[in-house]
Design a binder for this molecule. Sequence first.
Ligand code: FES
Ligand code: FES
Length: 158
Amino acid sequence: MKEIELRFRLNGEEQRLTVPSNVTLLHVIREHFGLMGTKEGCGEGECGACTVLMDGRPVTSCIILAEEADRHDIMTVEGLMKDGKLNRLQQAFLDEGAVQCGYCIPGMLMSAQGLLNENPHPTSQEIRKGIEGNICRCTGYNRIVNAIHKASQDEGDS
Ligand code: FES
Ligand code: FES
């Protein structure tokens, strides 16, 4: 298998690595960097569990080849914390009781962060649209929508 050399930013830090050309971004995030917050669900781009931000926008990392991340800025759920503190979205998910089993939550958070990056004060309808690619098997959507709405109204820098 051909090997490729990559350079990209991951959670704010420059990274360089060489990987086989057929590995996914999800594989690199979990297996190379050991960042286990990003989950694998369907592996086919359908459930949103593997969502990360690429240049501030949500992408499903299970169907993106690692080479597509070359020269881009990648953020995983681990990158949301600032100075060891939860960001306002993470805090709102806790405050609103939006976390049940938790499996979908990293992907939900990243889709929500991507939405707030583009639209800091979304309506409930816009929030539902923003997370429509993320499946919650515990079907806690109302609380998740409430949490994102609350975070969008909180003062804060992220
Ligand atoms: S694991 Fe990537 S979308 Fe389901
Ligand atoms: S909280 Fe369990 S899948 Fe969403």
